[in-house]
Design a protein. Structure first.
Length: 204
């Protein structure tokens, strides 16, 4: 994946569009839809639910997680999946069932608001936070960290909504499986390897 492809993806993230993240070796090559959290709308959530069909998650920094009173469900080493899930959340106010596209988008907005605290969210809910490593993809080369790094590099905040992509047969998709989806919706692709290379170059 070329540097030009990464630049195209960053421009799309900055513009509030959904992009594809590829190259997550920690999850066996699973691919994800991603949008900066600050740009998420009900239409974004609906697109992810329709075309991604995986779990819709909110990738947050350790600082934001602390602000919201979120901790890892399993911080230890026993029976670890390696997925950095916090407890699921819902906006404390302004939602009905909580699972509609509008309700989930609202929960993301509430959680990402300036000054948001644990009082603004309830648990359990229908949005699934992931707590990223502070060092981003240079510390953990996974979609959670990549999504936050992409948002930051695009000037679109430091949180993102991601959703893994499932094929029609129920198996998890790989990048070669979604050519038609990419073409139909003009989706840019950001590869984690290219992102790591860019960040390592910037770090010197």
């Amino acid at each position: 994946m070329t540097s030009a492809c990464l630049d195209t993806a960053l421009a799309a993230v900055a513009a509030g569009r959904i992009v594809v993240i590829s190259g997550d070796r920690l999850r066996g090559g699973d691919i994800d839809l991603m949008c900066a959290a600050k740009h998420v709308t009900p239409e974004t959530i609906n697109f992810m639910a329709t075309h991604g069909r995986g779990l819709i998650c909110l990738a947050v920094t350790p600082a934001r997680a602390e602000q919201l009173g979120l901790t890892l469900v399993n911080p230890g080493t026993a029976r670890q999946t390696g997925r950095p899930f916090a407890r699921s959340i819902e906006a404390a106010e302004g939602v009905s069932t909580g699972i509609s596209a509008a309700d989930r988008a609202h929960t993301v907005k509430v959680a990402m608001a300036d000054g948001a605290t644990s009082a603004d969210i309830h648990s359990p809910g229908h949005v699934f936070p992931l707590i990223a490593r502070a060092g981003g993809v240079l510390e953990r080369a996974a979609a959670c960290e990549a999504a936050i790094d992409l948002a930051r590099m695009a000037g679109a905040g430091d949180a993102a909504v991601i959703c893994s992509i499932m094929r029609d047969d129920g198996e998890m998709a790989r990048i070669d499986d979604i050519g038609e989806l990419i073409a139909a919706h003009d989706l840019a692709v950001a590869d984690i390897g290219a992102l790591i290379a860019r960040l390592e170059l910037a770090r010197g």
